[in-house]
Design a protein around this ligand. Structure first.
Ligand code: RIB
Length: 306
């Protein structure tokens, strides 16, 4: 099996557990605070490694204590870090996350070194990207670098997954460069300017992304499952019900499960089943990476549904 290449962001997550989201100007006392390694790219890479897949991470950390700590975590998890750059004179990315008892979260970011992941960095890693089988990226780094990385991956025949988070309007080229785009309802609405609350609305919105060049749209709809839209079909694939404690990185974990399934040569339906199981399990503990499941845990959840 070829390596999965994750091109993207790494943050240190400062997670505050709060009884509810507070109002503007209000000071609210939380029930606890924890610090986790996170960032959408780093989360995807760690989740792939937990599932036992060979994975390399291309990204930027600052030359601060957080960066040094994160690099050690990646190595310990078994992620290939030869594509990581430690950038002098800048802090690592930091995310400030509030989590309420239902497991929902709110995130605000300081991008730090993630802003230094440039087109030049993508080009410098072209040979390594060319050796991989699946390429996965998100939107927490400069857009030109993201597009250049996708161009390189596509030119070498990799399967390209775009996790459009945090969502922002994108040029058509972004969709033409990817095989699969994986928005949740909110992201789909931002990408298309169309509502995506119901399955019917989401299918209509997804069709506009297909028209702009995406080969497949996977609309993540939480516990309800995934709406898979291609040029000729729309299918709802069921999710898994679990007790959610913290939904941070559920999307990242989903994408990792998808990448691992595809890298193994699974059908898209089987890869989505694995992705749904990994995404669901990732919500069952606090923090982005602590709850990311092993392959055995994901397979056990899948077996329980059959
Ligand atoms: O998707 C969850 C991630 O979003 C968090 O780990 C945080 O760092 C932000 O990037």
């Amino acid at each position: 099996m070829k390596e999965i290449c994750v091109f993207g962001s790494l943050n240190i997550d400062m997670t505050l557990f709060v009884p509810r989201f507070n109002a503007p100007g209000e000071t609210l006392t939380g029930t606890g605070m924890q610090i986790f390694t996170g960032g959408k790219g780093g989360n995807q890479a760690v989740a792939c490694a937990r599932l036992g897949a060979p994975v390399r991470m291309i990204g930027c950390l600052g030359d601060d204590a957080n960066g040094a700590m994160y690099l050690e975590v990646l190595k310990k998890e078994g992620v290939n870090t030869s594509g990581m750059t430690v950038c002098p004179g800048i802090t690592s990315g930091v995310a400030f996350i509030e989590v309420v008892p239902s497991g929902e979260n709110r995130i605000a970011l300081a991008v730090g070194a993630n802003g230094l992941l440039t087109e030049a960095v993508a080009r410098a890693h072209e040979d390594a990207i060319a050796e991989c089988g699946v390429y996965m990226t998100q939107l927490e780094n400069p857009l030109e670098a993201i597009l250049e990385g996708m161009r390189i991956a596509r030119s070498h025949g990799l399967q390209v997954i775009l996790d459009p988070a945090p969502a922002r309007p994108l040029p058509d080229e972004a969709f033409a460069l990817c095989d699969i785009v994986t928005p949740n309802e909110t992201e789909l609405a931002i990408l298309t300017g169309m509502p995506a609350d119901t399955v019917e609305q989401a299918e209509a919105a997804a069709r506009t992304l297909i028209a702009r060049g995406a080969r497949m749209v996977l609309n993540k709809r939480g516990a309800a499952g995934v709406l898979l839209v291609t040029e000729s079909s729309a299918t709802m694939l069921p999710g898994f019900k679990v007790n959610a404690v913290d939904t941070t990185a559920a999307g990242d974990s989903f994408n990792a499960g998808l990448a691992v399934g595809l890298a193994e040569g699974q059908s898209i339906e089987d890869a989505i089943r694995l992705a749904n199981a990994v995404g669901a399990l990732s919500t069952t503990k606090a923090g982005a990476q602590p709850a990311m499941p092993t392959r055995a845990q994901a397979e056990a959840l899948i077996a329980g549904q059959r």
